[in-house]
Write a protein that binds this ligand. Structure first.
Ligand SMILES: *Cc1c(COP(=O)(O)O)cnc(C)c1O
Length: 399
């Protein structure tokens, strides 16, 4: 039988948890977590199969419900986040969808910030209303707007902070308080902050979700997601939704994520240090009109960022002087930084949100979110910061 390798019975730091927690060791005594690439599990008897299905015999039944490698990832994520429980999903979007639709019903109301990852905005703005769930979108930084949006049937608040792509910061503790007063739950998509830099549950959020595709894998390989929260929620409605509708995390991807977690703290700390250095470089550059970085003193919410995060994040956004033509010329002249819409990778990646991730929005909606044609979003990788600065400087010379 598999065993949990013992860990000291005291509070461990995130980097230690991310290396060790949740491991299950088989009878072979392997050092590295095993990859259980199996769909099903063999029962010793018909009686055991019956007991497994009526929950009197603990154990695995089918990998759409649970799998040992996926369970290791879930346990490690729950410990890292300080959550009672976690459930892995096939993608970050599966995590967001499940965190809402597993328990919100027709006739209920959701309030969400306008500044959301494109697909998250689709879920709350287009998909949920098709099933009789109404949505109000608000400016997430305006606490009065949250209060004013509450209705008697409001069940969920949904935010992402820092936001994509302009790295706005929303006050998790204050928004959680408004949600709780209204009898609603606050869901936080914590992708940009990572579990290393921000702990939404400790600030009052009820449910946290991640695209593990981003920093948790961190090396651009596999898709995955995770939802975290109370044992009651995760093993109740969330588990039922995932088990019956099937957005389950593949054991292979869970194994890659487990290995990713081992280096998560190291990677994001280095990436954030690079990002801070690059933000300072860009802010002093004559071809740059504006820099968005949460820990810089010119960020409008720097005090709040420093209160609820332990780092300014691995992303930097900026407006070049000019418009689309200048942004395109700059992006096209980069030699180390790659053009792609992804983020959180060891490789530095650049995106022009107005023509890619936020193309679907009307120009007025983009303007409202501060997404100009001159805006670029840089996901800072693990390269040497000086090489990246030289690359950016060279490309800025072309405009
Ligand atoms: C990428 C991302 C998602 C979606 O994750 P996938 O793994 O691509 O499905 C959701 N929210 C945010 C903030 C993201 O960056």
């Amino acid at each position: 039988m598999a065993q949990k390798p013992p860990l000291p019975n005291r509070k461990l730091k995130p980097a230690t948890i991310a290396v060790h927690d949740g491991a299950l060791r088989s009878q072979f005594g392997e050092t590295s977590e095993a990859l259980f690439l199996t769909q099903g599990y063999v029962y010793e008897s018909m009686e055991q199969a019956e007991a497994r299905f009526n929950n009197t015999d603990p154990g695995f039944q089918y990998s759409r419900f649970s799998n040992p490698t996926v369970s290791m990832f879930e346990q490690r994520m729950a410990s890292l986040e300080g959550a009672e429980d976690a459930r892995g999903t096939a993608t970050g979007m599966a995590a967001v969808t499940a965190s809402l639709l597993s328990w919100v019903n027709a006739g209920d109301h959701i309030v969400a910030a306008k500044a959301l990852f494109g697909s998250c905005r689709y879920i709350v703005e287009d998909l949920a209303p098709r099933f009789g769930i109404t949505t109000t979108l608000v400016n997430g930084a305006d606490l009065d707007a949250w209060r004013a949006a509450v209705k008697p049937n409001t069940k969920a608040f949904f935010i992402e902070t820092p936001t994509n792509p302009t790295l706005e910061i929303y006050d998790i503790a204050a928004i959680a308080e408004i949600a709780h007063k209204a009898g609603a739950k606050l869901i936080v998509d914590n992708v940009f902050a990572t579990p290393i830099f921000q702990k939404p549950l400790a600030l009052g959020a009820d449910i946290v979700c991640y695209s593990a595709t981003k920093h948790i894998d961190g090396q651009g390989r596999v898709l995955g997601g995770v939802v975290l929260g109370s044992k009651e929620f995760i093993s109740g409605p969330l588990q039922m939704f995932v088990r019956q509708t099937g957005p389950s995390l593949s054991p292979f991807n869970a194994w890659v994520m487990l290995k990713g977690l081992e280096t998560l703290a190291l990677r994001v700390e280095k990436q954030a240090a690079n990002a801070a250095k690059i933000a300072d470089f860009l802010a002093g550059h004559p071809k740059i009109a504006r820099v968005f970085y949460p820990f810089r003193d010119d960020h409008p919410q720097v005090a709040l960022a420093r209160k609820q995060m332990t780092s300014g994040s691995t992303l930097v956004a900026f407006d070049v002087k000019g418009a689309k033509a200048e942004a395109f010329r700059f992006g096209g002249a980069l030699e180390i930084v790659k053009i792609t819409n992804n983020l959180g990778d060891a490789k530095s990646l650049i995106t022009h949100p107005a023509t890619t991730t936020h193309q679907r929005l009307a120009p007025e909606a983009r303007a409202e979110l501060g997404i100009s044609d001159a805006l670029l979003r840089l996901s800072v990788g693990l390269e040497d910061a000086d090489d990246l600065i030289e690359d950016l400087d060279g490309a800025l010379r072309t405009i």
